[in-house]
Ligand binder design. Structure first.
Ligand code: SF4
Ligand code: SF4
Length: 393
């Protein structure tokens, strides 16, 4: 049989082994068996789920269905949250397969949605996915705090696009932590987007060039570890960069929560300042939790802050529910992204918390919009902001 695109052995097996059971859309008893697949919640039918997309991918592969804008409109609803991979007991690699099919849609000339086309063009041209005139990449850091990069940095701080241009409180908090702890670090305005918007839009070839550039920039700094406040950027470096650049980078990759936990274990991070007695809850970013298996570190740090009264949301850890900020959903389908964020915010509010914490700039951005619609005074922070405050002046 003629096949319409090349596929790895693993993904080929996955595509054929899918039993169409539909379990991928649901969480286990810890999630009250409620749906965890954002696109299935919104699309309602089986086609709008990992199982449905597996069948679609197979039909496309076998030439039984055409690559079309209708196919595109289903695939780009996927937030890449990975809940299907956790809940499917049969196969793995769902998100990679869907991204491969997006790549084939692009190869076969199916146009992207206009909003996604702009994201790709901006990223290629400006090395960040945003339109309009952008400030300098390091402009988030006030001039008086800028210093020459350390000659022997302990870590390279890779800031990422959302933090550099939108959620600038996060990098300021993280730099504050590093400075207070006396940790020599490097940042670099030659940093480019991690390539995730390109990869998830089906433009893997372009994303590879971003990987080569970013690894060169970090290796030039001489740091043995790169630390990321964005889980998606960290995921790109951990999971995809080694294959794209055809070698292991000469530095370790750590999300900020892993790094802060390590500093705490070494006795270097001491959170002595008590915060106002606040009920807080934590949202697991999909690319940190399910993507990298990091669930304990953020909870340990959060609960070590004096004055924090911690409540767990109903759906948590591997059964956490996506805030709608993943994949390219907010740019392509902003109303759906907002509705998903509101569902998550209401669930977090039900814990009794007035403070929502995450460890991802994109989650913070999306949850902030939803928090405004939730009754009562609700605030959203990144964990780095709380840690910076708990370190005191
Ligand atoms: S992807 Fe897994 S859980 Fe979903 S329908 Fe296929 S076999 Fe079942
Ligand atoms: S990655 Fe998330 S949104 Fe996409 S199919 Fe899987 S569960 Fe659904």
């Amino acid at each position: 049989m003629e096949h319409s695109f090349a596929i790895s052995e693993n993904l080929y097996t996955a595509m054929h082994k899918c039993t169409r059971c539909g379990q991928c859309a649901y969480g286990n008893q810890n999630a009250g068996f409620s749906s965890l697949c954002p696109m299935q919640i919104k699309g309602k039918f089986f086609s709008f789920s990992a199982g449905g997309m597996m069948q679609l991918a197979r039909s496309l592969y076998e030439g039984k269905a055409p690559f079309s804008e209708s196919v595109r409109n289903i695939l780009y609803l996927c937030t890449t949250c990975g809940a299907c991979e956790i809940n499917c007991g049969v196969i793995e690699g769902q998100v990679d397969l869907f991204t491969l099919v997006k790549k084939e849609l692009v190869n076969k000339g199916v146009p992207l949605l206009e909003a996604h086309r702009m994201v790709v063009d901006n990223t290629v041209d400006k090395k960040a996915p945003y339109g309009g005139r952008l400030p300098e990449r390091c402009e988030w850091l006030p001039r008086e705090k800028r210093q020459k990069p350390a000659s022997k940095p302990e870590v390279f701080y890779y800031v990422g696009c959302v933090s550099s241009y939108r959620e600038t409180d996060i990098p300021n908090a993280f730099v504050n932590i590093l400075s207070k702890l006396g940790i020599p670090f490097a940042i670099d305005d030659q940093e480019w987007c991690c390539g995730a918007p390109l990869y998830f839009a089906g433009h893997e070839k372009e994303a590879r060039e971003f990987a080569i550039h970013n690894v060169e920039v970090i290796e030039k700094s001489g740091a043995h570890a790169a630390v990321f406040t964005c889980p998606t950027c960290a995921l790109m470096f951990k999971k995809y960069y080694p294959e794209w650049i055809k070698r292991e980078p000469q530095f370790g990759v750590l999300h900020s929560t892993e790094y802060l936990d390590r500093l705490s274990e070494q006795g270097r991070l001491k959170l002595n300042v008590s915060l106002d007695s606040e009920v807080v809850t934590y949202h697991d970013p999909c690319h940190l939790g399910r993507g990298q298996g990091i669930y304990d570190a953020p909870r340990k740090i959060l609960q070590s802050i004096k004055g924090v009264r911690y409540k767990e949301a109903n759906r948590n850890r591997e059964n956490s529910f996506c805030c709608g900020g993943g994949g390219l959903l907010p740019t392509g389908f902003p109303t759906i992204a907002d509705e998903l964020a509101l569902e998550r915010a209401l669930e977090m509010k039900n814990t009794g918390a007035h403070v929502f914490i995450s460890a991802c700039p994109a989650c913070k951005e999306n949850l902030k919009i939803a928090a405004k619609k939730v009754k009562g005074r609700t605030r959203v922070f990144d964990l780095t902001e709380l840690v910076s405050e708990a370190l005191g002046s």
